[in-house]
Write a protein that binds this ligand. Structure first.
Ligand code: 5GP
Length: 205
């Protein structure tokens, strides 16, 4: 039997542009994207059910209790979690699913799904990262400082990822991440049925 769809975990520093990279991967290559649940307030322009499922703390805790998440984590005063059902259904249907989650969540996923591919997206430098966070203009100085502090902590975990992709030029970054995914899909374990079929058919020609 061939394996199920691939689980692709994409993390990166806040402000590294991973949201845009993920959006393009979905648009251009048709990957499934898991929509997370969170207790943080929606930012301007964000839609419930599309960007996140926005939940109260009680609703979120309830989902934890009912095993509704494959992983969840606390990040800068809020909860974030990956709904279990969508991810499992998509993978069982043979579709490749992208999770855009932070480091603790990525580690948790890897413990449960050994074949998950872990990709870390970074800006070319620390200075550039700060410029992008300030330039985005959606967060207060206090939040920016908290996120930079968190990024410094997260930098220790970069070693844990299997692939590091620099987001300097957006199109190059998207194409590089896609190459990583495609290479993983070409692994022998994802093609066992094809191998068997070709061997059998060639012998019967
Ligand atoms: P933001 O508030 O900027 O949308 O997201 C903050 C951080 O939470 C980002 O690093 C994002 O990747 C992460 N995140 C979003 N959804 C999830 C999730 O379901 N689980 C975990 N562990 N992290 C998430």
């Amino acid at each position: 039997m061939d394996k199920k769809g691939l689980l692709i975990v994409i993390s990166g520093f806040s402000g590294a542009g991973k949201g845009t990279v993920v959006k393009k991967l979905v648009e251009e290559y048709g990957y499934s994207l898991s929509v997370s649940a969170t207790t943080r307030q929606p930012r301007e322009g964000e839609t419930d059910g599309k960007d996140y499922y926005f939940k109260s703390v009680d609703e979120f805790r309830n989902l934890i209790d009912y095993n509704g998440f494959i992983e969840w984590a606390q990040y800068v005063d809020n909860y974030y979690g990956t709904p279990r059902k969508f991810v499992e259904d998509e993978m069982n249907a043979g579709r490749d699913v992208i999770l855009e989650i932070e480091v603790q969540g990525a580690m948790n996923v890897k413990k449960q799904y050994k074949d998950a591919v872990l990709i870390f997206i970074t800006a070319p430098s620390a200075e550039e990262l700060r410029n992008r966070l300030v330039g985005r203009g959606t967060e207060s100085e206090e939040v920016i400082n908290k996120r930079l502090k968190r990024a410094a902590e997260e930098s220790a975990d970069m070693d844990f990822y299997e692939y590091i992709v620099v987001n300097d030029n957006l199109d190059t970054c998207v194409s590089d991440v896609n190459s990583v995914i495609v290479a993983n899909k070409c692994e022998k374990v994802y093609n066992t049925k094809l191998i068997e079929d070709i061997k059998k058919d060639l012998n019967n020609l």
